[in-house]
Ligand binder design. Structure first.
Ligand code: PMP
Length: 285
């Protein structure tokens, strides 16, 4: 496997950054994960737009032009022979002697890109029967709209889920409002047949898949409503599912040990998943 590190293509096993990288010391960095299907990068423009936004919210410079970045992404995918899989890209505020203040003007950012192959049929099989989740109190900072590498709460939430025999965790705020999953956005289909997801203005990451699911739903003639909902609304829903770049639409069949609907994945999430790649933006490698 080949990785890209600050201008070089290197063996993945040898890829390294400095111990005083601010990503390592302060989680002072941002990232994106993008899906690749049938030799096409999915929703690249939206992912690059969100990367730009994350960088500017943290007052970090763009590591390179969009054209150059797109070239490097393609090169990493090609060198790893990725036709189906993901790439991961991370930008940090660079390496500098440890000090909370921003490093001196002109300190180069650290940029790394890795890619790996995944088998779509294995992923499909993994989620075919839906997943179990637990709910947890929201305990993250209030800028989760920025896609930073500061994911310690998410790490702890996912592990807590695993320890409880579940696959993932959903954050719920102190008023009982559902926020998002530990690495995904949450959707319900109400008993009335509305497709609902919470507004993304604050409190959650605006998922790229979430945005594209809205497009897909419109094409399928499904009504999407952006409004808050509670845990009990999930338990009373016809369907509950996650959206994320890696899982697309993942059905949730059990929440805190309680069965959702009839305990089987629903048809709406299946139809969205089936139509997703036709409607998403596709960029050839
Ligand atoms: N929320 C969180 C906290 C996430 O980590 C992710 C996945 N990166 C998402 C939502 C879904 O975003 P996307 O659809 O862009 O993968």
């Amino acid at each position: 496997r080949i990785a890209y590190v600050n201008g070089q293509y290197v063996q993945h096993a040898d890829a390294a950054v400095h111990i005083e990288d601010r990503g390592f010391q302060f989680a002072d960095g941002v990232y994106e994960v993008c899906e690749v299907r049938a030799g096409m990068i999915v929703d690249l423009t939206r992912h690059l737009n969100r990367l730009d936004r994350s960088l500017s919210e943290l007052r970090m410079a763009q590591p390179m032009s969009r054209a150059a970045l797109t070239h490097v992404i393609r090169e990493v995918l090609r060198r790893n022979h990725v036709k189906n899989g993901i790439f991961y890209m991370q930008v940090t505020r660079g390496a500098a002697r440890r000090d909370h203040f921003f490093p001196a003007e002109g300190t180069p950012p650290t940029i790394t890109i890795t890619a790996k192959n995944t088998d779509p049929s294995v992923v499909a099989k993994k989620y075919a029967n839906g997943i179990k989740v637990i709910t947890l109190p929201e305990n993250r900072w209030d800028r989760v709209d920025i896609k930073t590498v500061g994911l310690l709460p998410n790490v702890l939430a996912k592990q807590q889920a695993r320890d409880a025999g579940a696959a993932d965790a959903i954050y719920v705020d102190r008023n009982g409002i559902v926020m998002e999953g530990a690495s995904s956005n949450v959707w319900i289909v109400t008993p009335q047949g509305e497709l609902v997801t919470r507004p993304a203005e604050h409190g959650i990451l605006r998922g790229i898949t979430r945005t594209t699911v809205i497009d897909v739903a419109a094409k399928l003639g499904l009504k999407v409503v952006e409004r808050e909902f509670k845990t009990e609304d999930m338990l009373n829903a016809r369907e509950v599912f996650f959206s994320s770049a890696t899982g697309i639409c993942v059905p949730i069949v059990e929440i805190d040990g309680k069965t959702v609907a009839n305990g089987h994945p629903g048809t709406i999430s299946a139809s969205i998943r089936d139509a997703f790649f036709d409607i998403a933006e596709k960029t050839a490698i």
